[in-house]
Design a protein around this ligand. Structure first.
Ligand code: FEO
Length: 394
């Protein structure tokens, strides 16, 4: 991707990965991704803020060569993960006098992950500034978005925030600025769910802190630049709040149709009670389809078949992911069908230890659900209705 001008003397020389399908060998990327790296020219000094994924070395170095800064005085690293730091050693090799500017914790990570020597670093603390002449960089230490060493860099004179992964989106688009709110909303919500959601309390604090700053633009390291930062900040405030939607999420696996029969019955019973329901077949859906709904679903009901005497492996994976992402869901239950004996519910429950939700009665049944089993499903639907009413969701 070509060089993109952000503002006078600020450029994005990052790369776009149109084809990348998986991040961290875990997260599906239906719309590819991008790695942004920004060059800021001051009247006296020049800074590079973050670099790109090593796979995109050629594109990044071509842009750097074309922009042709006479020198790079500072390489600012907001986050040590390799998709933004992996090419810092190469940049440092090209500009050996450049100082690598980051916080103490990030310096430690960078030295562990990359061939960088301690003497190349200048360490900054929260509130420290760095003058580029007519432009001033201010560093805001913002841990746990989504690693412990993360920070933001604020360009005071231009009111631009370089926020690292924070507020980003896995979106490969040629436009420099976010110009399609619905596309950006979905990509950013998906990104929040998969990367930021486990850190909601910390993110709340960072959003509060950013209220002190006048923001005209936010440059994240993934996805287009926001010229309207209030758009993404308003959505983040909603996602990190305790508010939930009148939605029951049912991730399920059905081997012979027995679980599906119960899922469909529960879906109808909840729908008849005025509750929105989303069953997701976990053998077919990508992880993002589940995670994006985990952001604000009031209730989760896991429903799965039993393999031998334990949960279907796809349900093990689903439970482990839900547990890792720590959604703010208020109610949770499990429905399991089995052939001869089952520890599936017990095992799934043991995998969901971080979830703060209230456990509703679980349902286990042998073979196809009989009338008594379906009566229990109706009772579960009634209970969910009571809980959603208590939350003023309908
Ligand atoms: Fe985009 Fe945490 O790296």
């Amino acid at each position: 991707m070509a060089i993109r001008k952000i503002k006078e003397d600020i450029y994005n020389i990052g790369a776009i990965d149109w084809d990348r399908e998986l991040f961290d060998e875990l997260i599906p990327l239906p719309e590819g991704t991008s790695y942004n790296a920004f060059v800021v020219f001051g009247s006296e000094k020049t800074a590079l803020i973050d670099a790109v994924e090593p796979d995109k070395k050629e594109e990044f170095l071509r842009n750097l060569k074309e922009l042709n800064p006479k020198k790079i005085d500072y390489i600012v690293s907001n986050h040590a993960e390799q998709d933004h730091s992996g090419l810092i050693p190469k940049v440092h090799e090209l500009y050996p006098d450049a100082r690598i500017v980051t916080n103490e914790k990030c310096k430690g990570f960078l030295m562990e992950l990359l061939p960088l020597k301690e003497e190349a670093f200048d360490v900054v603390s929260d509130g420290d500034t760095l003058s580029l002449g007519n432009k001033t960089l201010e560093f805001i230490i913002a841990p746990w978005v989504h690693w412990p060493e993360t920070m933001f860099t604020y360009l005071r004179e231009d009111k631009v925030l370089f926020s690292g992964d924070f507020l980003g989106s896995h979106l490969a688009v040629s436009n420099t600025f976010s110009n399609d709110d619905s596309q950006t909303y979905l990509a950013a919500k998906r990104y929040f769910a998969e990367i930021m959601m486990p850190f909601r309390p910390m993110i709340k604090k960072h959003l509060k802190r950013l209220e002190e700053y006048d923001l005209e633009m936010v440059c994240t390291v993934h996805g287009p630049v926001y010229k309207n930062p209030e758009f993404i900040i308003k959505h983040y405030q909603d996602w990190v709040s305790d508010d939930v939607k009148n939605l029951v999420l049912i991730p399920y696996v059905s081997m012979h149709g027995s679980t599906l029969k119960t899922v469909e019955f529960l879906t109808d019973e909840l729908t008849n009670r005025g509750i929105e329901v989303l069953p997701i077949n976990m053998t077919k859906a990508d992880l993002g389809k589940l995670t994006i709904e985990l952001v604000d679903a009031a209730t989760i009901v896991l429903a799965g078949s039993t393999v031998l005497t334990g949960p279907h492996p796809q349900m093990l994976y689903t439970a482990a992911m839900i547990n890792a992402l720590r959604p703010k869901t208020k109610n949770i239950s499990i429905i399991t069908s089995f052939g001869w004996a089952s520890q599936a519910t017990k095992t799934l429950k043991s995998l969901l230890g971080t979830i703060q939700a209230e456990w509703l009665d679980t349902i286990d049944y042998k073979g196809l659900p009989n009338e008594e089993d379906l009566e229990k499903v109706k009772e579960l639907a009634d209970k969910i209705l009571d809980k959603h009413k208590a939350l003023n969701l309908l």
